[in-house]
Design a protein around this ligand. Structure first.
Ligand code: KG4
Ligand code: ZN
Length: 332
């Protein structure tokens, strides 16, 4: 069964063809970094307009790359939310139009659940139950996953998401957008122990994350020592110290979630899961604690439509359908 996935929730226009929810036949991602870089972050209205320009060529590109035509597609899946409304409606309108004109079944999928599905596109997919840590620009969520449609939220961020913290700190450090990649590059040769930054914990809610205090601590450092931005070594050290604090917050709670649930497998996905320091720390932790780690390749961690098609396949097989009145949603 061939599913065409469509993703436009933020600043990536993406389409992909996936066979039987497992084999990626094509995956096309048009980023908008060039467009938003000058503003230091995603401008929703501009993102929507760029999606409108890109959506049909990107879909055609995914069909061409898979060497099929739209007639060969058995069903369509589109990200319904959460995300930027103006961006989501472009993908939704395209998906509805194609499904209607081609008489194909359509299903809407949840963006965060789709991120978890990236694990099923790897060579060694996890088995249920497992713990999933979704770390993206808008969310830092820990789930216990019991089935393709059964997941329980164990913990989340009470303020900023991990990716948001990367983006905000990158802005504070005048590194520009996209923040995560810039911080990682700068941190690579920095000393992660140079600055002592907070790792907030909430005693009654050990699986709850908090990143806004960390961001404020970096802002405070920079206010007290503006010279940091002029000294390459200090800048690298601050980036490395910040990154280390985020990595420790994520790995410690993921470890705790495994202990609390008794699960022996951990899936880590979403844009921040592309971070090399986090990946190394997770690999070390898995080796030391003896759990199985599933870390999708980088292209499946950041936003893409293959994960949307993979989840869409399961939903379509379960008989779910989105009719033409189905709408997008921004939160949830
Ligand atoms: O999942 P994603 O592509 O989009 C959302 O659903 O939000 O995640 C984007 C987030 C951004 O905040 C970006 O800064 C962060 O992921 N990110 C990274 C890296 N690559 C992307 N953060 C740290 N290190 C990276 N290498
Ligand atoms: Zn995402």
């Amino acid at each position: 069964m061939l599913v065409l996935g469509i993703e436009t929730s933020c600043d990536e226009t993406a389409a992909a063809v996936v066979a039987d929810g497992r084999v990626v036949l094509s995956s096309v991602v048009a980023t908008q970094f060039d467009l938003h870089a000058q503003y230091g972050g995603v401008v929703p209205e501009l993102a929507a307009r760029r999606h409108l320009e890109n959506i049909l060529p990107v879909i055609q590109g995914a069909l061409d790359q898979a060497k099929i035509s739209i007639n060969d597609v058995d069903g369509l899946a589109v990200t319904q939310g959460p995300g930027l409304i103006g961006a989501l409606v472009i993908g939704m309108a395209a998906a509805k139009a194609l499904a209607f004109a081609q008489h194909k079944p359509l299903v809407g999928v949840h963006h965060l659940q789709a991120h978890i599905m990236a694990a099923f596109l790897t060579e060694a997919p996890p088995e249920f139950p497992f713990v999933a840590l979704v770390v993206s620009g808008g969310h830092t969520n820990l789930y216990k996953v019991d089935g393709f449609t059964e997941m329980t939220l164990l913990g989340r961020s009470r303020d900023d998401a991990a990716g948001e913290a990367f983006d905000k700190v990158a802005k504070l450090m005048e590194l520009g957008y996209p923040g995560g990649v810039k911080i990682e590059a700068l941190a690579a040769s920095g000393n992660p122990a140079a600055y002592s930054l907070p790792r907030p914990r909430i005693r009654e809610e050990p699986l709850t994350f908090s990143f806004s205090g960390l961001k404020t601590a970096v802002a405070h450092q920079l206010k007290q020592h503006p010279e940091i931005l002029l000294a390459e070594t200090a800048k690298r050290d601050l980036a490395a110290s910040f990154q280390a604090a985020v990595v420790e917050s994520l790995t410690s709670r993921a470890g705790l979630a495994l202990m609390e649930t008794g699960c022996t497998q951990l899936v880590v996905c979403g844009g921040v899961a592309a971070n090399g320091a986090l990946r190394r720390a997770l690999n070390n932790q898995a080796r030391a604690a003896g759990f199985q780690l599933c870390l999708p390749p980088l292209a499946l961690c950041t936003d893409n439509a293959a994960m949307v098609a993979a989840l869409g396949y399961r939903r379509l097989m379960a008989g779910e359908r989105l009719d033409l009145t189905g709408d997008v949603f921004s939160r949830g």
